[in-house]
Design a protein around this ligand. Structure first.
Ligand code: B4P
Length: 183
């Protein structure tokens, strides 16, 4: 089983949902930059105040801010396995992660790309109804994904790390597909 993982995919593909299940089953540390940013917002920290407006517009929080959060969290990682969910989201974030993992001597085992049609993504997110889940904001997030995050597909494919998983269907069916792909 591969246990040093990145989850990549458009907003609403189910990265958070599937990452939580996989990490629970295999006792892997789950690190979601979305969740970490939302905790900062809820706690009303300076960082959270800076991030909130950006997230509610469907834009990406600055690379500097996200990298500072990730670096501090990764200090606590041990060899037991980790899953970075929603990070990296830009090429500079991916390059910074490469450097960090090199110093930690913990190479990535696999990058999972969850693939899903825009129509289903929009339906799922509208049903979730978070502050950043209005139709106009979702459309902006999809555009930001294509522009800033989708280039990472080629970035990781070139390293031979990319595994694509169809993210259509029930949560259980997708979990089974993932288990098979990573075993
Ligand atoms: P994230 O928190 O990463 O969330 P997401 O991409 O919107 O959703 P995800 O793919 O995790 O979908 P989920 O499982 O929740 O990002 C939010 C924001 O944070 C970003 O827009 C950005 O502003 C900021 N951010 C985060 N990381 C950043 C970074 N590295 N750099 C800069 N900014 C960053 O599923 C969605 C919904 O579908 C849920 O309601 C779920 O219950 C449902 N669902 C899941 N699987 C389903 C299935 N199989 N069938 C039906 N429904 C399903």
């Amino acid at each position: 089983m591969k246990t040093r993982l990145l989850f990549l995919g458009p907003p609403g593909a189910g990265k958070g949902t599937q990452a939580a299940r996989l990490c629970e089953t295999h006792s892997i540390k789950h690190l979601s930059t979305g969740d970490l940013l939302r905790s900062e917002v809820a706690a009303g920290t300076t960082l959270g105040q800076e991030a909130e407006a950006v997230m509610n517009r469907g834009e990406l929080v600055s690379d500097e801010l996200v990298l500072a959060i990730v670096e501090s969290q990764m200090k606590d990682l041990n060899g037991a396995g980790w899953l970075l969910d929603g990070f990296p989201r830009t090429v500079p974030q991916a390059e910074a992660l490469d450097k960090l993992l090199e110093t930690m001597k913990q190479p990535i085992d696999a990058v999972v790309l969850l693939e899903l049609d825009d129509g289903v993504l929009i339906e799922r997110l509208l049903a979730r109804g978070r502050a950043d889940d209005t139709e106009a904001v979702i459309r902006n997030r999809l555009e930001v994904y294509r522009d800033k995050t989708a280039p990472l597909i080629d970035f990781y494919a070139a390293k031979g790390l990319l595994i694509s998983v169809e993210a259509q269907g029930s949560v259980e069916a997708i979990s089974e597909r993932l288990e098979t792909a990573l075993s």
